[in-house]
Design a protein. Sequence first.
Length: 106
Amino acid sequence: MRQDFHSTVYLAGLEALLTADAQDLLAAKDTRHAYQVNHAVAFNALKNRVFDLLDRETDLDRLAERLTALFLKNPTCARPERETPRVEKPPSHRLDYHQRRKKACY
């Protein structure tokens, strides 16, 4: 459990470093709404390529270019005034979720 936690923290920090260039490119675009890097896509891409990043024989510049192109391919629109209030569910729904529907992720 601790190993998974620390690997997730490591990947989150690595994702923040590698998406900075793509975020700067998205911020420079003149669009109606502000766009930002889709962090779910970025985290998944890094999770699948972390061993390539750590390998000495990998061309890091080319891999960084491919990752930046991937980050720019699927941005999300950041609309600051779009917030919906959270709906509180009754305790019976939460109990049902924790007893029957919650999937264990390993």
